[in-house]
Design a protein around this ligand. Structure first.
Ligand code: PAF
Length: 285
């Protein structure tokens, strides 16, 4: 596995692969890799001859870069490299902040996907999806992959990226991979590290609340507010601070009505210092 830190070297290598007729899959990450990320790499390997994984903690998608969330975001470069080498990754791209944002990121050209970026997580983390969309567009231009693979745990992010790719005409197939879960159902996430032992035991309540809501929808409940209020109350009772628990249309995240068939239940809630997000899809006939 090659480790590359500059855009010029990345371009040289992907151009050589392309000349040899090989397809390239990109897996963008912020590192601190777990089994969920390795599942993305596995999917990428199924879809292309060459797999590029980027590891970059993108300051532009954090609201408090001067301290807090960005600085404490877990970083584990050496362990990441070992996991990626063992997973069959061909190239890991580890750019510095200067390589990605040579003129800083405050006044950089930015990519905004309006509408969907301002709701749910975007409402609680203003500017977050502009940071995500901008860095992903930059990575797409740098790696020029045929395929890019993302986790469905970040469902809203996946929709933002699908729209940016379509509307900016990137010739890239965007692939979503189902969430990988711990044995008790908790979605794998780098942020789970912020949970202490006692919180970790309670954290699966988020998945249980999603499952309960899914069952109520499947058994014919059509009043979304009833489901949402009950789920949020059960999470608050379990010690979470709920940002949102909501049933939405799967394709555009607008509030679901009784007539919608393709649904997604999404939740974001704090448990101690950890902000957890998760979702479940369902189809109603
Ligand atoms: O999902 C993530 O890890 C990040 O938001 C991404 C897509 C790598 C962009 O920084």
């Amino acid at each position: 596995m090659q480790t590359i830190t500059t855009i010029a070297d990345l371009r040289r290598q992907v151009a050589a692969w392309r000349r040899a007729g090989e397809r390239i899959a990109l897996v963008p990450t912020m590192g601190n890799l777990h089994a969920g990320h390795l599942q993305l790499v596995e999917e990428a390997r199924r879809r292309a001859e060459r797999v590029v994984v980027s590891v970059f903690v993108n300051p532009m998608q954090f609201s408090d870069t001067a301290g807090g969330d960005f600085e404490r975001y877990p970083r584990s470069a050496e362990a990441d490299r070992e996991k990626l080498a063992a997973s069959g990754t061909d190239l890991v791209f580890f750019p510095s902040q200067d390589e990605m944002y040579p003129a800083g990121f405050e006044n950089v050209t930015r990519v905004e996907v309006p509408g969907i970026s301002g709701i749910l997580c975007g409402a609680f983390r203003p500017g977050h999806f502009v940071g995500v969309a901008t860095v992903v567009a930059k990575l797409f231009n740098m790696a020029q992959p045929e395929v890019a693979v993302f986790g469905e745990k970040d469902y809203q992010q996946l929709l933002v990226i699908r729209r940016l790719s379509e509307e900016l005409c990137f010739p890239i197939e965007i692939v979503g991979v189902p969430t990988v879960r711990e044995a008790d159902g908790l979605a794998m996430s780098s942020r789970n590290q912020y949970l202490d032992t006692e919180q970790r035991q309670r954290a699966a309540a988020l998945y249980q609340a999603l499952r309960a809501a899914k069952e109520r929808l499947a058994s014919g409940e059509t009043d979304m507010a009833v489901i949402e209020v009950a789920a949020a109350a059960s999470l608050e009772a379990a010690g979470f601070r709920v940002e949102y628990f909501t049933v939405r249309r799967a394709h555009d995240l607008q509030p679901a009505t009784a007539d919608d068939a393709e649904l997604v239940i999404l939740a974001a809630a704090w448990l101690g210092e950890a902000r957890l997000i998760d979702n479940l899809r369902l189809r109603r006939d």
